[in-house]
Design a protein around this ligand. Sequence first.
Ligand code: ADP
Ligand code: ASP
Ligand code: MG
Length: 400
Amino acid sequence: MLVVQKYGGTSVGTLDRIDAVAKRVAKTKEAGHDVIVVVSAMSGETNKLIDYAKHFSKSPKQREMDMLLSSGERVTSSLLAIALSEIGSLAVALSGGQAGIKTDNSHTKARIESIDRTCIEKIIKKGSIAVIAGFQGITELGEVSTLGRGGSDLSAVAIAGALEADLCEIYTDVDGIYTTDPRIEPKAKKLEKISYDEMLELASLGANVLQTRSVEMAKKLNVNLVTRNSFNDNEGTLITKEENIMEQPLVSGVVLDKNQARITLRGVIDKPGIAAEIFRKLSKTDINVDMIIQNVGQDGTTNLGFTVPQNELEIARNAMKSLNASKSVEYDSDIIKVSIVGVGMKSHSGVACTAFDTLFKEGINLEMISTSEIKISIVILAKYGELAVRALHAAYKLDK
Ligand code: ADP
Ligand code: ASP
Ligand code: MG
């Protein structure tokens, strides 16, 4: 079997942890499998490097940021390869570029364009373990690029897809995918399986246990994806096709997204083209606008509200400066988005009603609502976030 194992920041967070990972990797190899390892930087390292850059500049060049941030993963990949050699397993550390990961030129959020398998295959043929620095690749011009936060998940899935691996294991600090973040609700239950689509929703709605793009790619390339705990031998969660799951629960999970901010425009002129003008301005800045609500117009004006990632609020504020489309603009980062996800919702009614009722009973006001076939998202005041998660988790009996 060809196995790709990805170890996240906490799993390689100390030298002792790297030693423990080396032993786990060696064990997989000794069991007769070919192994490719992808590693994150030590936990906290990427944030630390970003802070270092901020010390010198408010807006450092993205190219330089990629040179800087990619270093964290190179440290852990080299150390792990050294540790593996020391316990008698042949291993070769590779940067993303050396591993053949080719990306476009969008520094700090590059997209993988192709993977040249030659180098990794050569290493495996020799009976060695390829230990690849996650989160990075190389552009056509030979520049180092990074794949966006949490991007080592994407490196692992992309490599598993390109090399047609039998299994891609994502090792982290919890046993798998839970019905909600177990750090918020200790009663959360680990799921044995979850569909790609539900996982995609959970990830994009804020469950950072897997990077959204990695799930997208796993679905596209049909990668057998498992998340597991690097600290124990418990079975993890399989992320798979919907048809492989016998019984779909109504609701699979509850997610909290803290990285949300709201922009409200009051007294917007109610005529065609205004919304287009506003969102054209924002799209030029590459900001992901999420929920959009426009009220029914009155007296020729209306109110328009939408959410953006909180860490992009300043960019949005700058973009809005040159607009003259409303009487006033309010910026509000004291909000949070809670969402419920479940494929089973497709064929059931009353799911939203339960959510609204639950939040009402907790005295939580609904600021914004949006729904799709398999999710309901509600914006509420930030201070109610964890309370809402626990209440909804109980309301849909996810702790049972
Ligand atoms: P890594 O460093 O291994 O990439 P992350 O911190 O990115 O790990 O992701 C793991 C964390 O995701 C867990 O510690 C957990 O708190 C959080 N998390 C959020 N939602 C969920 C969920 N539904 N199931 C499991 N973990 C979740
Ligand atoms: N080290 C990077 C980050 O913190 C990538 C990763 O861990 O996946 O975002
Ligand atoms: Mg992660």
